[in-house]
Design a protein around this ligand. Structure first.
Ligand SMILES: [Zn+2]
Length: 303
C-alpha cells in the first residue's frame, strides 16, 4: 500500500488562495492567473555568474542556496469585446513539475469560459507558456477557429530549434522540443504569425523582441493614458539587480540580456506597470533605475 501525502490544491472554487489578480489599464480589463510554481535549480538564474555571488543573491532574497521557486503567470485581457489569453501555463507536459499546470482549473474558478476566448497570444513556445493549450480536453473546448498569434520567427524556430547556448537541467531540452513540435502540429491551422508587431485588439499590441527565443514577444497594453507591459520571459526577478546574468532557458543569452536592459530602461523612463511570467505572483510592479542596474518595485495592493 502506498500513501500519497503530496499536498495538492483542490480543484474549482475552494482553493485556499484564489491565485488570480485583477486590475484595469484604462478601459482594458487584465487578470493575472497563476499556473502554479516551478522549483528549478538556483544555477538557472545566471549560468554566467560566479556561483558564490549567485548563492549570496539567493541568501539576500531569503531563498535556499540551490533552488528557486519560479512563479508561472499567464494573463487574460478583455478589450473592446475581445477576450484574449496571453500565454497558457504549463499544462501536463512535464509531470516532474507537479506544482504547475493549474491554469485551466484557475480560469474555471475565475468564471472564464474557454469557449468565450477570441484570441490567444503566445510570448513564445516554451512549454510553460503554451503547454496549457495542449492539456487534456482544452482544445476541444476552445473555438475551432481560435486564432493563435505568435511571431513568425517563433513558429519557424521550433521546426528545428537550437539548444546550443542554453543551460537547462537534464530532460528539459527534450521536453521543450517535444512540446514545441506537438504545439506546431496541433495548432498549425490556427497560427496567425506576425513579423514584428501585431495589434490584437485596440490597445493590445504584441511586439517581437527576440533574445530568449528568436520569436519571443512582449505584449503592450495602452488605454486612456494607462500602460502595462507583459514581458513574458524578458525579465526575471534576478534581472533587475543583475540584468546581465544569463538565464538557463535563454536560447541567445547575450541578446536576451540586451533585450532585458532595453525594456527595463524604457519601463523605468515611462513609469508604466510591468507583469512578467516568472516574477512572483501577482507580479504587478514598476521598474526603478538603481545606479547602473534596476530595482523591482511591487505594486501596492489596491483592490
Ligand atoms: Zn518561461
Amino acid at each position: 500500500m502506498s500513501l500519497d501525502n503530496t499536498p495538492r490544491p483542490r480543484p474549482g472554487h475552494d482553493e485556499l488562495v484564489p491565485s488570480r489578480y485583477a486590475l484595469r489599464v484604462g478601459e482594458i480589463d487584465v487578470m493575472v492567473v497563476s499556473d502554479g510554481v516551478l522549483s528549478l535549480p538556483g544555477a538557472m538564474l545566471g549560468h554566467n555568474a560566479d556561483p558564490a555571488v549567485r548563492a549570496a543573491w539567493l541568501e539576500d532574497m531569503f531563498q535556499p542556496p540551490d533552488v528557486l521557486e519560479w512563479a508561472v503567470n499567464a494573463v487574460v485581457v478583455r478589450s473592446s469585446g475581445r477576450t484574449i489569453f496571453i500565454d497558457a501555463g504549463m499544462g501536463e507536459e512535464f509531470p516532474d513539475l507537479p506544482r504547475a499546470g493549474r491554469w485551466v482549473q484557475r480560469l474555471e474558478a475565475a468564471g472564464i469560459d474557454l469557449a468565450s476566448v477570441t484570441d490567444v497570444v503566445l510570448t513564445h513556445m516554451h512549454m510553460d507558456h503554451c503547454g496549457g493549450l495542449l492539456a487534456d480536453g482544452v482544445k476541444e473546448r476552445l473555438r475551432p477557429d481560435l486564432p493563435v498569434h505568435v511571431a513568425a520567427a517563433e513558429a519557424e524556430f521550433w521546426e528545428s530549434p537550437d539548444f546550443s547556448r542554453v543551460s537547462m537541467p537534464p530532460g528539459f531540452p527534450d521536453a521543450l522540443r517535444r512540446t514545441g513540435k506537438r504545439f506546431l502540429k496541433e495548432y498549425h491551422s490556427q497560427l496567425r504569425t506576425f513579423e514584428n508587431e501585431y495589434e490584437v485588439a485596440p490597445g493590445v499590441i504584441v511586439q517581437r523582441t527576440g533574445g530568449h527565443t528568436p520569436g519571443h514577444s512582449v505584449v503592450r497594453l495602452a488605454s486612456g493614458g494607462d500602460r502595462l507591459t507583459f514581458a513574458g520571459d524578458a525579465v526575471f526577478e534576478v534581472g533587475f539587480e543583475h540584468p546581465d546574468w544569463y538565464n538557463g532557458f535563454e536560447h541567445d543569452p547575450a541578446e536576451a540580456a540586451r533585450v532585458r536592459v532595453r525594456l527595463l530602461r524604457e519601463l523605468a523612463a515611462n513609469r508604466e506597470a510591468l507583469v512578467a511570467t516568472h516574477l512572483s505572483f501577482p507580479s504587478v510592479c514598476h521598474v526603478a533605475v538603481d545606479g547602473d542596474v534596476f530595482r523591482w518595485v511591487p505594486a501596492f495592493w489596491d483592490y
